[in-house]
Design a protein around this ligand. Structure first.
Ligand code: NAD
Length: 439
C-alpha cells in the first residue's frame, strides 16, 4: 500500500477509520492530477497556473462551551482555484480532519466544477471536531465562530461553502445568518445547502444522490445492464448514501448491504430502505443495532461490504476505503463514487486491470455542487425554481458531463477517472490562459 503515513495519528475504533488516516488524500489527488497532465503533455507553466491551492487558511477558534469553559478548535479553509469562478466546496466536521485532506478535497472540487462545467473554482473547509460530543448550542457557537473568522475571505463572489460530512442545512443557516449579520444585509448566496425557508433550493437535499443515480443510468445504458434488479452495496448511510439507497430502490434495484459508523447490515433478499431510514431517524441519525429490526443481519466486518459480489458498489463515506490491499477482492462490476476519494491510485490500477467500470467522484457526486450552483443562481436572481425544473436541469448536466468524460475516455484510451481530469484540466487551462496574469 503506498501513501504517506501520518505519524502519531490514530483513528477511531474501526479499521476503516485507521485506514483512512494512513494514506495522504492529497498525494492521491496529485497522482490523479499528474496522470492526466502526462496524457495531455502540458507545459510546466500551464501546470503551474492550475495545480497548487491559491490560498490556505488555518484558524484557531476559541469557543465557549455550555459549562463556561473555553475550548480551542483548529479549522481550515482551502481555496484551491478561482480561475473559473468563486471557490466552491463544503465544510466537514470530523475528528480526523487534516490540512492534507482539506487540500485534496479542495482540488477535487476545482476538478468537479470544471467537469460539470459550472462557473465555480474549488474550495473546501474543515473543523477538527467530533460533533457528536457537542451540544446543539456548542455546535452553533463553533459554526458561527468559524464563519465570522472567515468573513473577509468568503462571499458570493469569492468563496461559497456548502455542507459536507457532519454538516447539514441547519449549519448552513447559521453560516448564512452570521455572515448576513456581520455585513448588515441579507446575503443568502454566501453559502448553499440552506434550508428552503432561508433561501435553499428545492432538491438540494437529494442532489448528490440523484446525480449518482443519473450517472448510473448512463453507465447502465453504456454497459447494457439493467438497474432494475441490479444488486447494490452502499458504504455510508448519510446524505449521499441513504438518498442513493432510496432512489435506487425506487428504480427497482436491490440494496443488499448498507453501513455507517455503527457497522454493516446485510440482506441478500434486499434491505427495506424506508425501514432503515426510519430506524436511523429514531436512533439519532445512526443505524445502531439495525439488525434487531430483523430487516438485516449485522456484518461481522463492515469492510467486507466493499467485497460483496454485487453489480454496483457505492462508497458513500470517506476517502481511502478501497486500496491496493482490498481492491483485488472487490467484485462489483460498477463502482460509483458518491464519496470523495474512496479509491486510492493503487486501487484504481487493480480495478482498471480487471475491467471494473469506475464512475469517478469528480463526476459521480457532482450533483450536489450542481444544485448548489442552481441555489446560488436562484439566490442572486431572487426567483425560486420548482423541483421538477431542478431535477430536469440536473439530469441534463449529469448526462452531458457523463458523456463528455466517456468520450474523452474513448478518445484518449484512458480510464474514466483520468478522462474526467482531462476534461476538467482542459477547461481550467483554457480559462487560465484567456485570463492571463494580473500582475
Ligand atoms: P454524512 O455525514 O451525511 O454521512 C456520512 C455517512 O458515512 C454516515 O452515515 C456515517 O456514519 C458514515 N461513515 C462515516 N465513517 C464511516 C466508516 N468508516 N464506515 C462506514 N460508514 C462511515 O456525509 P455525506 O454528505 O453523505 O458525505 C459522504 C461522502 O460524500 C463524503 O465523502 C462527501 O465528501 C461526499 N459528498 C457529499 C456531498 C453532499 O452533498 N452531501 C456532495 C459530494 C460529495
Amino acid at each position: 500500500m503506498s501513501g504517506t503515513r501520518k505519524d502519531g495519528e490514530q483513528g477511531g475504533s474501526q479499521g476503516v477509520t485507521r485506514r483512512h488516516m494512513t494514506l495522504s488524500a492529497y498525494d492521491n489527488a496529485m497522482t490523479q492530477f499528474d496522470q492526466a497532465i502526462k496524457v495531455l503533455g502540458l507545459k510546466p507553466n500551464q501546470v503551474a497556473m492550475i495545480k497548487d491551492p491559491r490560498k490556505v487558511i488555518i484558524l484557531t477558534l476559541p469557543v465557549r462551551m455550555d459549562d463556561g469553559r473555553i475550548e480551542v478548535f483548529t479549522a481550515y479553509r482551502v481555496q484551491h482555484s478561482i480561475v473559473r469562478g468563486p471557490a466552491k466546496g463544503g465544510v466537514r466536521y470530523h475528528q480526523d480532519v487534516t490540512l492534507d485532506e482539506v487540500k485534496a478535497l479542495a482540488l477535487w472540487m476545482t476538478m468537479k466544477c470544471a467537469v460539470v462545467d459550472i462557473p465555480f473554482g474549488g474550495g473546501k473547509g474543515g473543523i477538527v471536531v467530533d460533533p457528536t460530543r457537542l451540544s446543539r448550542s456548542e455546535l452553533e457557537n463553533l459554526s458561527r465562530r468559524y464563519f465570522a473568522a472567515l468573513a473577509d475571505d468568503i462571499g458570493p463572489d469569492q468563496d461559497v461553502p456548502a455542507p459536507d460530512v457532519n454538516t447539514n442545512a441547519q449549519v448552513m443557516a447559521w453560516f448564512m445568518d452570521t455572515y448576513s449579520m456581520h455585513f448588515k444585509r441579507h446575503l443568502p448566496a454566501v453559502v448553499t445547502g440552506k434550508p428552503l425557508q432561508v433561501g435553499g433550493s428545492r432538491g438540494r437535499d437529494i442532489a448528490t444522490a440523484q446525480g449518482v443515480v443519473f450517472c448510473l443510468e448512463e453507465a447502465a445504458d453504456h454497459l447494457k445492464m439493467d438497474l432494475k434488479g441490479a444488486t447494490v452495496a452502499i458504504q455510508g448511510f448519510g446524505n449521499a448514501g441513504a438518498n442513493a439507497a432510496r432512489l435506487l430502490a425506487e428504480k427497482g434495484a436491490r440494496i443488499v448491504a448498507i453501513s455507517d459508523v455503527t457497522g454493516g447490515y446485510q440482506n441478500d433478499a434486499g434491505i427495506d430502505v424506508e425501514a432503515a431510514i426510519a430506524w436511523k431517524k429514531e436512533h439519532n441519525g445512526l443505524l445502531t443495532r439495525f439488525e434487531t429490526s430483523k430487516k438485516a443481519k449485522a456484518m461481522k466486518n463492515p469492510m467486507q461490504l466493499l467485497e460483496l459480489p454485487v453489480d454496483i458498489l457505492i462508497p458513500a463515506a470517506l476517502e481511502n476505503q478501497i486500496t491496493g490491499e482490498n481492491a483485488p477482492r472487490v467484485r462489483a462490476r460498477v463502482v460509483a463514487e458518491a464519496a470523495n476519494g474512496p479509491c486510492t491510485p493503487d486501487a484504481d490500477e487493480v480495478l482498471n486491470a480487471k475491467g471494473t467500470f469506475i464512475i469517478p467522484d469528480i463526476l459521480c457526486n457532482a450533483g450536489g455542487v450542481t444544485v448548489s450552483y442552481f441555489e446560488w443562481v436562484q439566490n442572486r436572481v431572487g426567483f425560486y425554481w420548482p423541483l421538477e425544473q431542478v431535477i430536469q436541469e440536473l439530469r441534463r448536466v449529469m448526462a452531458t458531463s457523463f458523456h463528455a468524460v466517456l468520450d474523452a475516455s474513448i478518445q484518449y484510451k484512458v480510464p474514466m477517472r483520468v478522462a474526467a481530469f482531462i476534461v476538467a484540466i482542459n477547461r481550467l487551462t483554457a480559462a487560465a490562459e484567456l485570463r492571463g496574469l494580473y500582475a
